[in-house]
Design a protein around this ligand. Structure first.
Ligand code: HEC
Length: 524
């Protein structure tokens, strides 16, 4: 019935409306939200339509420009990596229908069986074709022949000094990048046509905006939408967040903007997301790993210490980050203890007794403080209970560990990053860069993570060549993230298709008598 109405509208001259409806349905078919007689196109040709070349199977690009133009020896330059590249005429509606139904391409070649044959009706064909014609056919928002616009996002609860370190790093990186680009453009102008095709990179100038969110998280989405409408960006890079990042992830997903590697303490929304790439699953993962370790040691209760040095009130402190930790600990079956003093006493008693394990009075204090504040708190209050320290996005170099561990006679540290001497070595590259930019005084871990995010964007943009689609940028990173120069304190970064968390675990450190023994724990 709906299809009949669609035809009637078409006849009545409402073509644009019908076409938009066709494209929307076509997209649903392509992405598998509406069923076809065989697996959805997106499974193999990917969201961008640019295909895939993993595991020996070459899935060709089927974007509008690729499909509905002839493939000639010029376009072949784009497919250096594809053994099965063919010269073939352009598809049209009829030859695409034949290909999908019979597997025979316009050049007479029969597709390998990996390309399914579809029992597909007329209406579905029209809808799918409409979608494919538009797929990656027009450049995405925020990018033109000369410029790519990018933004970095900070939340109001981000630490101001670390925010400024992030911004300074990014500004310098962009200035450097643009200086370099001008030289590259000059070189490219002199290149022969073939070289130009091979390195189709357009050396666009990066234009960076800082989107500083204000107010309550419930209002962030509207702020982001307004910025994107006023001056659209192609990608969001680095950034700094505290407890809440979900509205940003939601924005990136809805607006189809790649949002690459912000430093976020709290929970990130990764399940099912395509456009947000994160370093790590955030504090809830660290908390879950800590809670498991506590249970294994027979500790069943906890309290959370968030900030104030005189934080001895019986009423548990409230903050969004502490709430995420509470939720993670409670999910693991631990019980929150409001009266911390009783817990500490219980712990001391049980430790003094012959068999400490299994004592129901054992309690831990969970601290979310940054390294300096953690040292100050421990020095002042010398807590009696076992201390679990979750420093989130603060990296722990030799200096940070030496300042805190001697004050923590027994406890646990859970961190997503490298630590100690190994961290200090890993940050050398960033240290040299920061010194050369006269940014040596700022937080080096933030500098390093920011450089990492910017480098990842640079690599992605350098390789997306003629298919400037945000989807393709992320798909390229699924192949190439692990090969990008490592700057950051995080261990090896890599994502597979559909994965959006680059580092999939944390180090759990057991502290006793001022020394720590680290063990890598993968995310459950
Ligand atoms: C299971 C993986 C898979 C799925 C699903 C799939 N394809 Fe393919 N497709 C391939 C492979 C592999 C090839 C290349 C086969 C060859 O080279 O012989 C291909 C080739 C094509 C070609 C030929 C391109 C050219 O340049 O001649 C088109 C067009 C195409 N697919 C469209 C689609 C559409 C539209 C869908 C969804 C309705 C789809 N494919 C679903 C794997 C897949």
């Amino acid at each position: 019935m709906l299809r009949v109405i669609g035809c009637a509208l078409l006849l009545a001259g409402a073509a644009p409306l019908t076409q938009a409806a066709d494209e929307a349905t076509g997209r649903a078919l392509y992405e598998g939200r509406m069923p076809l007689s065989a697996p959805a196109c997106v499974d193999c040709h990917r969201p961008s339509g640019m295909g895939n070349f993993e595991g020996g199977l070459v899935v060709p690009p089927i974007t509008g420009p690729m499909l509905f133009n002839a493939l000639d020896t010029d376009t072949a330059h784009f497919f250096a990596r594809s053994k099965r590249f063919r010269v073939r005429p352009a598809y049209d509606d009829a030859s695409l229908a034949r290909l999908l139904r019979t597997g025979i391409a316009p050049d007479g070649v029969t597709m390998q069986p990996e390309m399914p044959r579809y029992a597909i009706g007329k209406a579905e064909l029209r809808e799918l074709t409409a979608y494919l014609r538009g797929l990656s056919a027009t450049p995405a928002a925020g990018i033109d022949a000369d410029t790519v616009r990018i933004a970095t996002i900070t939340t109001p609860d981000a630490d101001p000094a670390r925010r400024d370190a992030m911004l300074a790093t990014l500004n310098r990186f962009v200035a450097q990048k643009n200086g370099q680009s001008r030289q590259e453009v000059r070189r490219a102008v002199n290149a022969t046509r073939t070289q130009e095709m091979a390195m189709y990179k357009k050396f666009r100038v990066w234009q960076l905006d800082h989107w500083a969110l204000r107010g309550e998280p419930a209002t962030w989405r509207a702020q982001l939408d307004a910025w994107q409408v006023r001056a659209p960006v192609f990608a969001v890079v680095a950034g700094l967040g505290g407890a809440t990042w979900a509205p940003v992830d939601g924005f990136c997903e809805a607006r189809r903007i790649p949002c690459l590697l912000p430093l976020v303490d709290g929970e990130v929304r990764a399940a099912g997301a395509f456009y947000s790439l994160h370093y790590h699953a955030g504090l809830p993962l660290d908390a879950a790993l800590a809670a498991r370790e506590l249970k294994a040691r027979g500790i069943v209760a906890f309290s959370v210490h968030t900030g104030r040095l005189d934080d001895t009130a019986a009423e548990p402190p409230a903050s969004a980050l502490a709430d995420q930790v509470r939720a993670a600990f409670t999910r693991e079956g631990l019980r929150e203890q409001a009266d911390r003093a009783a817990g500490a006493e219980g712990f001391a008693r049980a430790e003094g007794s012959a068999s400490p394990a299994g004592g129901s009075g054992l309690s831990a204090i969970v601290s979310l403080l940054a390294p300096e504040a953690q040292a100050a708190w421990l020095r002042q209050s010398r807590p009696d209970a076992l201390v679990v320290w979750l420093p989130a996005t603060h990296a722990l170099g030799r200096r940070e560990l030496d300042a805190v561990l001697p004050l923590m006679p027994r406890g646990m540290v859970v961190t997503p990053m490298r630590t100690g001497d190994e961290l200090d070595r890993a940050l050398n590259r960033a240290r040299v860069w920061a010194a050369s930019q006269k940014l040596g005084g700022q937080a080096l871990d933030v500098t390093a993570s920011t450089l990492q995010a910017a480098t990842v964007l640079g690599e992605g943009l350098a390789h997306i060549d003629f298919a400037f689609s945000p989807e393709y940028l992320l798909e390229l990173l699924e192949h190439g993230l692990e090969n990008v120069i490592p700057w950051s304190p995080y261990p090896r970064l890599a994502i597979g298709p559909g994965q959006r968390i680059a580092s999939k675990g944390s180090w759990v450190g057991s502290v006793s008598d001022g020394t720590v023994a680290w063990r890598w724990q993968s995310a459950p």
